[in-house]
Design a protein around this ligand. Structure first.
Ligand code: NDP
Length: 283
């Protein structure tokens, strides 16, 4: 049986350490502050935002919530971002995606001050990541690295295959892996003979959103398998991209869904908000 990489346990530990750091910062007059902008009423986004706020409050991070109506104009949204960029008490700014159709996500993300871009989605942050400069990186890849680290799974020199090339998971994770001396391949829907590729991976990361896509025949014996996918099955239960029952017998380590990468993502957002607050204090 594969070692279970338990994101619930690890994220709890990280959050409790962060709580202590937040207390220390407060004693020095800085309350880490995360500003969240939610445009419209997408139900999934509302749940994500609520979860982020709840975690923030639990560890003493101040969370400012700005709910804007569905029909918000680009101009109004950009004005809100500009206002938060200027606010010296705000450390991180997060615009919950997806945005309603009339808004241009790229323009809005680009408008966030790169030093407050807590999601790490702006081109400046992405550029810093790929030139291996200190930067904020997207929370899910950051969380995956933290989870591997917690289980002392060293990526140095390892063959890493990432299936999925989104800006929020696959691409930034590839950058982090390269920075940590892994040998990385990114695969996607146009990749030929995907299974032959995934079978070569010492560390296999799947982030595509296709339930149970990866079976035992796609995994090298002993490999570490990171299942990022979250889909809801007909029975209402959450499903990953990995057929966990089958892969459990062959993998060396495996993240469960739920309880693997998901909890690490929110903890990582908090970690990076706190990091930005430290920069406010120390420059
Ligand atoms: P996107 O839809 O943005 O990207 C999906 C990627 O998967 C694309 O690169 C696509 O390829 C690739 N893909 C789709 N189908 C296949 C296939 N059959 N074979 C190979 N590649 C394929 O998704 P996200 O990155 O936003 O999310 C991926 C999954 O991860 C979702 O289930 C999402 O819910 C989950 N997720 C979970 C998080 C967590 O905290 N646990 C956080 C973020 C996402 P192409 O580029 O060629 O179209």
């Amino acid at each position: 049986m594969a070692t279970r990489l338990d994101g619930k346990v690890v994220s709890k530990r990280i959050l409790s350490e962060l709580q202590q750091t937040v207390t220390d910062l407060a004693q020095q007059g800085v309350t880490p502050t995360l500003a969240v902008i939610l445009v419209g009423s997408d139900p999934a986004s509302q749940v994500y935002v609520r979860n982020k706020q709840r975690r923030a409050e639990e560890i003493g991070v101040r969370s400012l919530m700005f709910k804007l109506p569905e029909e918000t104009s680009q101009e109004t949204l950009l004005a809100k971002v500009a206002e938060l960029n200027q606010d010296p008490d705000v450390d991180g700014i997060l615009v919950q995606l997806p945005l309603p159709k009339q808004l241009d996500e790229r323009v809005v993300i680009n408008a966030i001050d790169p030093d407050k871009d807590v999601d790490g989605f702006s081109p400046v942050s992405v550029g810093r990541l790929w030139t291996n400069e200190p930067t904020v990186v997207a929370s899910t890849p950051y969380g995956i690295m933290a989870l591997l680290d917690a289980y002392q799974i060293d990526v140095t020199g390892k063959r890493v295959v990432i299936v999925g090339r989104s800006n929020i998971v696959g691409r930034p994770l590839a950058g982090l892996m390269v920075n940590h001396d892994a040998t990385v391949t990114i695969a996607h829907s146009k990749t030929h003979d995907l299974k032959a590729l995934t079978r070569e991976a010492d560390i296999l990361v799947i982030a595509i959103g296709v339930p149970h896509f990866i079976g035992a025949d796609a995994v090298k014996p002993g490999a570490t398998v990171i299942d990022v996918g979250i889909s809801r099955g007909a029975d209402g239960k959450l499903q990953g991209d990995v057929d966990a029952e089958a892969v459990d017998a062959i993998a060396g380590a495996l993240t469960p869904v739920p309880g693997g990468v998901g909890p690490m993502t929110i903890a990582s957002l908090m970690a990076q908000t706190v990091e930005l607050a430290k920069r406010r204090l120390h420059g």
